[in-house]
Structures are given as structure tokens and as C-alpha cells.
Design a protein around this ligand. Sequence first.
Ligand SMILES: Cc1cc2nc3c(=O)[nH]c(=O)nc-3n(C[C@H](O)[C@H](O)[C@H](O)COP(=O)(O)O)c2cc1C
Length: 151
Amino acid sequence: MALINILFGSQSGNAQNLANVISESLTNEGFDSPIFDMGSIDPENIHDMDYVVIVTSTWGDGEAPDNASEWMSYLKFNEELNLSHVNFAVLGLGDTYYPHFCQCGKDFEQYLSKHGGHSLVRRIDCDLYYEEQYPEWLSELIEVLKNKLKE
Ligand SMILES: Cc1cc2nc3c(=O)[nH]c(=O)nc-3n(C[C@H](O)[C@H](O)[C@H](O)COP(=O)(O)O)c2cc1C
């Protein structure tokens, strides 16, 4: 079965923790869902990934956390990418106090779509109380993956 690759961008650990929870839930549902720190894996690896779940916070003034900045630049500045094989889901973590709420998640979605990727579920932009917000999104993602991969 296809790997559901969980990629996280995180500065202070929230998105990393959530990525672990998501990976565990997918594993419990019978999926193979390896987890990757975006800072530890070359963005070119996306060409070998059919399923990608991006879990990322936003830092600075609407920017990617440090460990996700190389992936962001790769997707943003390579005009010729063909990612039509990629099925993706994006969960953004942020804080509505900031004017560019969850901008990094929004940008990842925009660039993955621009390069031909297919969205599996609506993007979710989570505020500081993300622990209450993400479960419904995760259930939706699991249902979609079950329908696609376990027919
Ligand atoms: C210095 C600083 C800048 C931030 N900038 C933004 C921002 O521009 N937009 C946003 O939605 N959240 C912003 N946040 C909130 C973080 O994204 C939020 O706290 C998130 O849960 C952190 O997740 P992480 O621990 O995985 O990095 C900022 C937080 C800090 C401390």
C-alpha cells in the first residue's frame, strides 16, 4: 500500500507533536505513515511521494518555520515542477493574534496545487486551541484515505 508521508515544519514543537499524533492515528488505522522533519529531508524527495500530509506552523511575519524554509523555497521558486502524482493534505498551526494567520500552511497548499498536486481534504488552519480543532479534520482525512486506498 502507498506510504502516507507526514512532513512537519515546527519551531517550538507543537506541529511536531501533532505530526506524531497524526502518524500514530494513521498507523492505528492500518496505514504506513512515516514521519519526516522537513529540515532533515531534501525537498526533491517529494518526487517519490504519492501521499503527503504537511503539518506546519507559521513564524516570523507569516513565514515558514526554519526547518520548513528549504521546502517552501523549493516549491515557490521552481516554476517547472510537476507534482501531478502528489495527493496532499495540509494542516496549518498558527495564532489569530498574528496578521498572517497560518500563512505557511496556506502557501504550501497554494504551491502544491499550482504544481498539479491533488488536495485530499480541505486545508485546516488551527489556532492555539488546535487540540480541539484537528480531530474532525483527521477523521475526514482517514475516511478519504480509506476510500482511496482500501477499496
Ligand atoms: C515569534 C512568533 C511569530 C509567530 N508568527 C506567526 C504568524 O505570522 N502567523 C501565525 O498564524 N502564527 C504565528 N505564530 C504562532 C505559532 O505559529 C504558534 O504558536 C504555533 O502553535 C507554533 O507551533 P510550533 O511549535 O510547531 O512552531 C508565531 C509565534 C511566535 C512566537
